[in-house]
Structures are given as C-alpha cells and as structure tokens.
Design a protein around this ligand. Structure first.
Ligand code: SF4
Length: 535
C-alpha cells in the first residue's frame, strides 16, 4: 500500500510501543478536535486514509463529482503536511492509482496488526456505517476503541436525545429556539430574541426585480498551491469519466482560507443575503450566498466563528437582522437539527419511503440535458462548481424529484455524489426528509410541493424556457406544473387531514375530470420523455 509525502507509514519507527492510533476521517479536518489536541507526540500515531474517499473507488456507487474528490484530497493533504511539519508520527495512505479497490478498513487492520496500539481513537464519524465498521474491526482485533464526541458542532446526539424527551416528533423551530437560548445567540440580556421575533423567514423570500440582481460582489477565489494542484491533477487522471470539471476548482482547502471566505461573505454579501436568500437568477449560482457549507462540513471552519461573525455584523449595524438571523438559523438551527435527526432516527431513516416513490432518477440529473431551463441551469452549476444554493436544491432539483416520485435513496446517492458539501449526516435528512418527505413528515410537516409557478415567481428561468409554467396540460405545459397536480392527486387522501395542505387540496378538488384527464395524458408524455432523455 503506498503512502503520500514524507509523513508516510515508514516514519513510524518506534522502539516504545504505540499507545494510540488516532483516526482522522477525511471529513474531520478540524485542527482543534480533541483527537488532535490530546495527541501525545511521543506515543501516538495519527492515521489518515484517502482510499475509498467519498465512494470514489467503490464500483457500486455513483460516480463522484471531480471537485468533491479533489477538495477532500487537497484538504487532507494540507493537514497531513501541517502534522508532518510539526513532527507528528503519521500513517497516511494515499490514493495514487495503484491501490484501486483497497479500502480504509484493510489499511487500518494492517496498521493495527503492525503497530499493535493499545487503543484506537476516532471522532464520531458522520456516517453511522463507518462507526459500525470501525467498532466491528476493533472488536475483531481485540483493540480498545474510543469514539469521541465531535466538538465541531454546537450540540451532539445526546443533546438532541434530551430535546426529544417527551416529544413524538422533532420540531425544528423548537430546537432552534433551544439552541439560541442555550448558546446565547442573538438574545437580549433579558433572555428574549433580539428584535422581538425568533424567526425572520418571511423576510427572506423576496425575488429580484425584473431587471435582475444588478452588479454582484465578486466571489472569493483561492489560488492553488502545489498540493492542491496535485490533488486536482490526480483526480482528473483517476476519475476522468466522473462528472464535473476540476479546471474551475477554486475552493478553500485550509482553515485560513475558509476564514477568509467567511470574512468576505460577512463584509460583502451578508447585508443583502437576508432579503433574497430564496431568489434565483440565470447564470448566477452564488448570488449573496456564503458558499461556506463545503469548508464547514469538512470542519475547516468553526461554526461558532461563523455565527459569531454574523451576530457581530448585526450588532455593529453592518447587516440587518433578517440577514444575520437567516444565516444563524441555517448554522445553529437547521444544520444542527438535521444532524440530530440523523443520529436519532438512523438506520431506519435511510430506508424510509413514506410516499411509495419508486421511479429511477432521470439521466438529466447527471447530464443537465433538458429543455427545462430551471433544471438545466441548476445541473450546469452543479457540474461546474459542485454547488447549488438551498432553494435551487430544494425547489428545483429536489422539487422535480419529489413530484416525479424518484426513489429516495437513489436521489440521496445522487446528492452525495454531486455536491461538494454532502456527507451522510447532512444529506440523508435533507434529501429524504425535507426534500422528498420520505420520512412521512418528521422534519417537515408537509412536503415542499409546488408547481412551476413558484419557480416563475422566484427566478427568471421561465422567461427563457420552452415550457409555460402556467400550463398544466398540452404540449407546452411545464413538467413541474403537470406533475404537481398529479402528485397532489396521488397523495390527496394522505394529505387531506394535513392542515397546512388544505389550500392545495381544495384547489385540486376544483379541477374538473376533463382537466385531470388532460393532466394525466401530459404526465405520461413527461415521464416517457424523462425516461428517454428527451424532456
Ligand atoms: Fe422550469 Fe417550468 Fe419554468 Fe421551464 S417553465 S423553467 S420547466 S418551472
């Protein structure tokens, strides 16, 4: 098995016994983790492994976006260099093209057999299967295992379990208020939310005027050093047939760059983010979004710093409350909430399919080749950057999958493969729960179903589309609008008692038999075209 750079397994020549192998996962690059801070340089070995990173080498998994692979490799290799420069003993297993098919489990087993550590330490992984595999491996090899809490997050699975006591289902708003109170974020001295309200969601939904967003602040771009350039070149060489484009890679790969990205967001975009965070515009994938989910989920950026920077901007008068609160809600609220849901409800959660959705994912999700301008735009941005902002994900890519009835785990696998910031803990609840309602309403009390009219209202995509968002049947009907009515009709009984769906169900009941017949006819055509790649 090959190793990378000068910190390879060959450096571990010890006469004294290795006390602990400290496993640093590919998505756990937090320099301040208890795993690295508690390191004993005399007796411990830090263990890192690129093999099988992000399913890239798993033949059964969908092909992973090149920028996703390159980002993880470059970020891991930068941490490796830092540790090597500070004389930490390292076992580093690099992906180099000669070890295709080898797994982290095989590499770790061989190193445990060779180094005979007293203990194996790891931060709690963000994928329950990884933790199960680690536990089983250590048990089989009779080596003591300590799985440490992940200090990157404000709260952990045990806090979420405490929150859930006495509840039959999780409720994001209650969790969010608990987090705000518990961590004293955007609170007054008397314990009330600043501004008098907890949530300014309704002040986050403005669309751009007809002429568009105007001049946007430039996106920060992080120059490649030798390590990053090598990681990109390696990815291009090993995964040339994977989606995405390594050439446009400009992502932060070390904590200093991630902090620069945060500062840039707070200074240049946060003040406008609040009003238009749900808006979309052709050719503008980033708008006023922070684009920090990648470095956050690799733990290059501490969410406390990000939350604190947004709160400070508000208190200094540099950002309005709806912007600061919207950003805080994403990090302190939603991000922590979905992680809590993940650990509380897995493994059953990943098998949920409450709406009985069994359709395959249309090929257009990979190729972007479709006449639907909105989806073409989102997939093009994804292929180019491995990124789409939350409304593009939820109300374009996710909405079509919901209405079409894509099998939830297949949609999740696509999400994991295509987005640079997706990991199991964050992807499963977001795709299967929030987006596809496969959990039957645990994370959202109603499905986020809408017709093409929503997209027409929140973007200019429909102006450049060959379909008509207002029409539900006929040749020019918008596939979203057609499928919206058929979705409602398929699930009318299930949602007839859902208070939040009453308006939509009532409108469905107003449709004549003739109108519904025409919609079904058009639906058949939409499905046929989606399956044959001609939609
Ligand atoms: Fe998308 Fe329909 Fe609008 Fe076309 S008309 S951009 S398919 S929502």
């Amino acid at each position: 098995m090959n190793a990378y750079g000068d910190g390879d397994s060959g450096r571990v020549h010890r006469t004294n016994r290795v006390e602990a192998i400290r496993v640093v996962w590919p998505d756990d690059l937090n320099r301040r983790s208890s795993l690295l801070e508690g390191l004993d340089r005399q007796s411990d070995v830090v263990w890192m492994c690129e093999l099988g990173v992000e399913q890239a080498l798993r033949p059964a998994g969908p092909p992973v976006h090149k920028q996703r692979v390159a980002l993880v490799l470059a970020s891991m290799r930068h941490l490796h260099r830092e540790l090597a420069e500070s004389a930490v003993a390292l076992c580093y297993h690099a992906m180099d093209g000669t070890n295709g098919g080898a797994s982290w489990q095989e590499a770790l087993e061989a190193d445990i057999a060779r180094l005979l550590p007293r203990r194996v330490l790891a931060t709690k992984p963000g994928d329950i299967r990884v933790e199960e595999e680690l536990r089983s491996l250590c048990s089989r090899l009779s080596v003591q295992l300590e799985v440490q809490p992940d200090a990157h997050f404000f709260s952990g699975p045990e806090d979420f379990a405490a929150f859930m006591e006495g509840r039959t289902s999780p409720f994001m708003e209650a969790f969010y208020r608990r987090q705000r109170r518990g961590f004293g974020v955007l609170m007054t001295e008397s314990g009330k939310p600043v501004g008098g309200s907890w949530n300014y969601d309704k002040a986050n939904r403005r669309a751009f005027p007809r002429e568009g967003p105007g001049e946007l602040p430039p996106q920060p771009s992080f120059p490649r050093d030798r390590i990053t350039a090598e990681a990109i070149a390696l990815t291009e060489r090993l995964f040339s047939d994977h989606p995405g484009d390594g050439a446009s890679f400009d992502l932060p790969v070390i904590p200093e760059q991630a902090r620069e990205g945060l500062q840039d967001f707070v200074e240049r975009r946060l003040h406008r983010f609040g009003d238009v965070q749900d808006a979309m515009w052709t050719g503008e994938p980033f708008l006023y979004h922070s684009r920090l989910s990648g470095p956050l989920n690799l733990k290059l950026l501490d969410p406390r710093e990000a939350v604190s920077a947004a709160e400070t901007a508000y208190r200094d008068g540099a950002a309005p409350l709806n912007a600061a609160e919207g950003f805080v809600r994403q990090l302190l609220g939603w991000r922590e909430f979905v992680r809590g849901v993940y650990f509380h409800y897995m493994p059953d959660y990943a098998r949920a399919n409450a709406l009985g959705a069994w359709e395959g994912l249309p090929w257009l999700y990979w190729s972007g080749e479709t006449g639907m301008r909105c989806l073409r735009e989102v997939v093009a941005g994804l292929r180019h950057h491995g990124y789409a902002h939350h409304i593009q994900r939820l109300m374009v890519a996710g909405l079509f999958a919901l209405l079409y009835g894509v099998e939830p785990s297949e949609f999740n696998a696509w999400h994991l493969a295509m987005y640079i910031d997706a990991y199991d803990w964050v992807s499963v609840p977001n795709t299967m729960g929030m987006t596809l309602h496969a959990d039957g309403g645990l994370v959202g009390t109603k499905p986020y179903c809408a017709s093409g009219k929503y997209i027409a209202r929140m973007s200019n995509y429909c102006r450049h589309c060959r379909f008509d968002s207002q029409q539900s049947s006929g040749e020019e009907a918008c596939p979203f609008t057609t499928l919206y009515w058929s979705f409602l009709s398929r699930h009318a009984e299930r949602f007839s008692n859902n208070r939040r769906m009453q308006f939509q169900i009532k409108n469905l009941r107003r449709k004549s038999d003739e109108a519904m017949r025409a919609i079904r006819e058009r639906e058949n055509e939409v499905r046929r075209r989606a399956q044959t790649g001609t939609l």
